[in-house]
Design a protein around this ligand. Sequence first.
Ligand code: SF4
Length: 179
Amino acid sequence: MSDKVRIATASLAGCFGCHMSLLDIDERLIELVAHVEFDRTPLTDIKQIGHCDVGLIEGGVCNAENVEVLKAFRQHCNLLVAVGACAINGGIPAMRNQYSLTECLEEAYLHGSGIDQPQIPNDPELPLLLDQVHPIHDVVWVDYFLPGCPPSADTIFTFLDELLSGKPIQFAYRQIRYD
Ligand code: SF4
């Protein structure tokens, strides 16, 4: 049986920028991979999450499928981490919260510029949109919050390195300033 730390990741209402930042860890990924194995993540293309030590969640919660994925992560992960502004406070996707869902759909599919065949999609295969975009802690308990848009590769590496080695999580000032 492997003694590696098992990690899963998911992008809910996000842009994959936080996942890209994880990959920007570059050659230090080799260091991490010596101690880590990946479960469900866009990197492995595994669709169902198994038992994991750590779950990294990018993005806010905007639809019913996001709620389902997030609850599965909470159920299967010992520690859940909100990675980036969208997971922490809804971020860019939550800008739609100042409008009703109907207004958003009508602007996107009926009245916006460049629309050729106005029609609001209603295929039953599409996940139902929530009225508002939520930060993930509105839906499940979150153990750690990693701010930034995205958090830098350096910040993500420091976090994982300290978490995996059981040290207190501490960041240099340059890793948590955003101006
Ligand atoms: Fe993209 Fe920024 Fe949201 Fe991460 S926090 S998913 S980089 S918009």
